[in-house]
Design a protein. Structure first.
Length: 830
DNA sequence: ATCTTTCTAGTTTTT
DNA sequence: CTAGAAAGAT
């Protein structure tokens, strides 16, 4: 205990003005037992961002200014009373419920500035956790803008995973790891699981490694070790072998000295539980804890926070900021319950609501608020704005997804002609397959666009290959990396050779690289692979001698050239080869910014992203999930159809909770808009290659009539007139609720149909030309039920005969288009 | 060992 | 429909 306390003081002393000693002489803060801890800490000193223990208040900085004017600091004046409360309520647990666009980040960063200004804690005594690297970066920048250079001393500002990794490296030995453990990405994880499955003779056809990976992730999200996996859960995979496979996987990870993302949290939990003194250190160190996007925390993260925030009773200076209405990551383990339960979890917690919205106009806010009010499990907030009413969100029905893209494209061009910046326009889709049609259309009309969220830089094939080479150089025991590149480019080292290496490596319990080294000297291998393998090992040995003498980016270039990897793509004639070569160049360039190879690799494993330059003005196309936290003048929300949005799958798997999460997603979408929100739905959409008739989303019924305007698709549109009649159909479906999705919703949701939907759709109806509506209703309610064999005519598919009838759905064999499932109301008697 | 064909499955995504 | 992966052919 004593030792622990003393070591804890070390950084404190350093902080009081003394410069840290030169690198080589650094005394490890946690030098209790393991020599490798010391080793690691030397490593850290070199890595970015540097550990700055010598923070001193800047002369022109905030602290100084605050001290000078003994009254209330200037920066508080820029806040509204609630935000100010969020900043100034420093002691005890605080939950800030921050609605969309209410200045959440501002409150959070100002709070950090405030703590520093008052001298309540030093920068390195504040723990600030975010979910994404982007959020962390943004927070750092904004704190920096507030307090100057001091923000760099925020060494505990980062993602849950980055901070856990940092803690774990310091105490790796205590959880059976070496401090230089590797962090596996999803790809490695799956390949490792495949090996485990094969070793257990489990058919990875029937039980795919991906599925197991998902389960294991799920367990880790819930903080469950293999032994703690509930029996029922374990049953569900490979006839009850789930938990056992999980255990085997963990064993393999330990052997490889590796962790996956989930382990970063799991292992730090274990570290804290098994080593109360270590935990106590951190509890003492972090005088103030701030958590962003609390609604997205999973159970493991919640447990982690609970442990680390338990200082002396009643002194949990924990401030969580979040919005229960924006919790959209339930499917990957986030627990809305965490935020709903905050007051019970942290007794005496103060709850502060930020409800003044600075982003959207009145109508948009009203529409969004009304929509979300259909959810039940929420803490409840009422957003308001002082800004004007603005334009009403619009609702447009179109014939099919192609017309949707066409129509939105035209709309954007019109805005663009009126000097609307393309940067301020976004198309937010539910699922990424929706993006393609927009891309195709935009390419056609020459509208510059940018797809956000696609495969990220570091996830690309060529980048992963290149990284695997570098990992092998830096880390000869990295089996997964070695395996990845052993035959890339082709060297004639195929399955047979790899199999042999594996067997030998397992028998001798040594890394693959070492096994290769031994086997090359033997006669086990045929001459050809033997020579190739010897060459490869020789290359790696040579590159490895250069680690300390050559800058890492030059080394990388050399490795890629000499291995033949660059050549492989140069001789590749496929169209994407040039792009891949460019990416490799970009990778080498990105490496220059790092002090050495190791710190680069650490950065990459945690921060799987690279920033791309903003060149030209472009429209953004992204998923609703990807749009969280962003804002745009104009937002297009296409694809509001049952089955797509809300997603049928979510409904099937999560029931009512899933529906509410989807609705929150709709809320997130609407609240991204500052001035204009434009909702679209199509009557037909191609799903898995075949055209399906679709039904407008029930969320459309959740919108308030008074704040939404129904508009026709642009008149130039090919199906303009159908657009109107299709929209009239909205009422037909909206009021007879015979769709499968609706029935399911009613089954899962006790109070379904509370009348709201019906009431609202009537409003929408009043805007429609009566004649068309009458016609459509007459046709639909006239009960013209088709029977098997009847001849029918469909606008898109032409003539056909009915093969089967299922409620209002018909299976029709069309003469030209083949067999399709269509809704009864879309066909006429032929 | 590698190239070609066949099959199958198919949200959302960060770390 | 279409990308990616696994089995089959050379």
């Amino acid at each position: 205990m004593n030792a622990a306390r003393l070591t804890f003081l070390t950084p404190l002393l350093l902080a009081c003005g003394e410069r840290p000693p030169p690198k080589g002489e650094v005394k490890a803060p946690q030098s209790r037992d393991s020599p490798s801890v010391l080793l690691y800490d030397r490593r850290i000193m070199k890595s970015p961002p540097p550990e700055i223990d010598d923070y001193a208040p800047q002369t022109g900085g905030l602290a100084a200014r605050a001290a000078a004017s003994a009254g209330r600091p200037r920066y508080l004046d820029a806040l509204n009373p609630e935000q100010r409360a969020a900043v100034e309520t420093l002691d005890g647990p605080v939950l800030v419920l921050a609605g969309a666009g209410t200045g959440k980040t501002r409150a959070l960063t100002t709070r950090i500035g405030h703590i520093l200004a008052l001298g309540k804690a030093r920068a390195y005594e504040i723990l600030a956790v975010t979910f994404t690297n982007k959020a962390a970066r943004e927070m750092r920048q904004r704190v920096e803008a507030l307090v100057g250079e001091g923000a760099q001393a925020m060494q505990w500002l980062g993602t849950f995973h980055a901070i856990s990794a940092k803690i774990l490296r310091r105490h790796a030995e205590l959880v059976g790891l070496k401090p230089n453990f590797t962090i596996l990405d999803v790809d490695d994880q799956i390949r490792l699981l495949k090996q485990v499955l094969r070793a257990e003779n489990i058919d990875d056809k029937r039980w795919p490694a991906r599925a197991l990976a998902m389960r294991i992730d799920g367990w880790k999200n819930r903080g469950l070790t293999p032994a703690q996996v509930p029996a029922g859960d374990a049953e569900s995979f490979a006839n009850g072998k789930g938990a056992a496979l999980y255990a085997l996987y963990q064993e393999r990870l330990k052997v490889l000295n590796a962790v996956d993302f989930g382990d970063l949290l799991m292992e730090s939990l274990r570290l804290f539980r098994d080593n109360p003194d270590v935990l106590a250190d951190y509890q003492r160190r972090f005088k103030y804890i701030l958590v962003d996007e609390y609604q997205d925390t999973n159970i493991a993260q919640y447990l982690w926070l609970r442990l680390i925030s338990q200082r002396a009773p009643g002194k949990q200076n924990l401030c969580c900021v979040g919005d229960d209405d924006q919790s959209v990551y339930g499917w990957r383990g986030a627990e809305v319950e965490n935020i709903l339960r905050f007051e019970q979890d942290f007794p005496g917690a103060k709850v502060i609501r930020l409800e003044r919205n600075y982003r959207s106009t009145g109508h948009i806010l009203a529409a969004a608020s009304h929509l979300i009010s259909h959810n039940e499990g929420r803490l409840g907030k009422t957003l308001f704005t002082d800004g004007g009413e603005g334009e009403k969100p619009t609702l447009t029905g179109v014939w099919d997804s192609q017309e949707e893209a066409r129509s939105i494209g035209e709309d954007i061009e019109q805005l663009s002609r009126k000097d609307h910046s393309l940067e301020e326009i976004a198309i937010l889709v539910r699922a990424s397959f929706q993006m393609r049609e927009f891309e195709e259309r935009f390419v056609e009309i020459g509208l510059p666009y940018r797809v956000i969220g696609g495969p990220r830089f570091y996830e690309r094939l060529e980048i992963r290959d290149a990284l695997a080479y570098l990992r092998c150089v830096a880390q000869p025991a990295d089996d997964l990396a070695f395996e990845r590149i052993i035959n890339t480019p082709k060297r004639g080292l195929g399955d047979a050779t790899l199999q042999m290496l594996h067997e030998y490596a397992r028998r001798e319990a040594i890394p693959l690289m070492q096994a290769a080294r031994v086997l090359v000297e033997s006669e086990e291998l045929k001459p050809k692979p033997r020579g190739a393998l010897r060459g490869l090992i020789g290359d790696f040995d040579r590159w490895r001698t250069l680690i300390d003498s050559k800058p890492q980016h030059e080394l990388a270039e050399q490795v890629l050239d000499e291995s033949g990897y660059t050549e492989m793509w140069r001789s590749d004639k496929t169209p994407e080869a040039t792009g891949r070569l460019d990416n490799l160049k970009e990778l080498v360039r990105a490496m220059e910014a790092f002090p050495d190879l190791e710190s680069f690799l650490e950065h990459v494993s945690l921060v799987m992203e690279a920033d791309s330059a903003v060149d030209q003005e472009r429209v953004s196309i992204m998923t609703l999930h990807g749009a969280k936290g962003l804002e745009f003048e104009t937002v297009y929300l296409p694809g509001w159809e049952e089955g797509l949005f809300p997603s049928q799958r979510t409904l099937d798997e999560q029931g009512r909770a899933g529906l509410e999460e989807e609705r929150r997603l709709a809320y997130v979408g609407l609240t991204r808009a500052k001035r204009r929100a434009k909702i679209y739905f199509a009557s037909n959409r191609r799903i898995h290659g075949l055209w399906q008739a679709t039904v407008p989303s029930r969320f459309i019924d959740n919108l308030p009539t008074d704040n939404v305007e129904v508009v026709e698709a642009p008149s130039g549109s090919q199906y303009g007139s159908y657009g109107v009649s299709r929209f009239a159909n909205l009422d037909v479906y909206g009021s007879d609720y015979s769709t499968p999705g609706w029935k399911r919703a009613q089954a899962t949701r006790g109070d379904a149909g509370r009348g709201g939907a019906a009431r609202e759709s009537r409003g929408a109806r009043s805007k429609q030309p009566v004649t068309i509506e009458g016609e459509v209703i007459a046709r639909s309610s006239g009960g013209s039920h088709f029977s098997v064999g009847a001849r029918v005519f469909h606008l898109k598919f032409g003539p056909g005969s009915v093969a089967a009838v299922d409620g209002n759905k018909l299976t029709v064999d069309f003469d030209k288009a083949g067999r399709k499932m269509v809704l009864e109301s879309f066909v006429d008697a032929g």
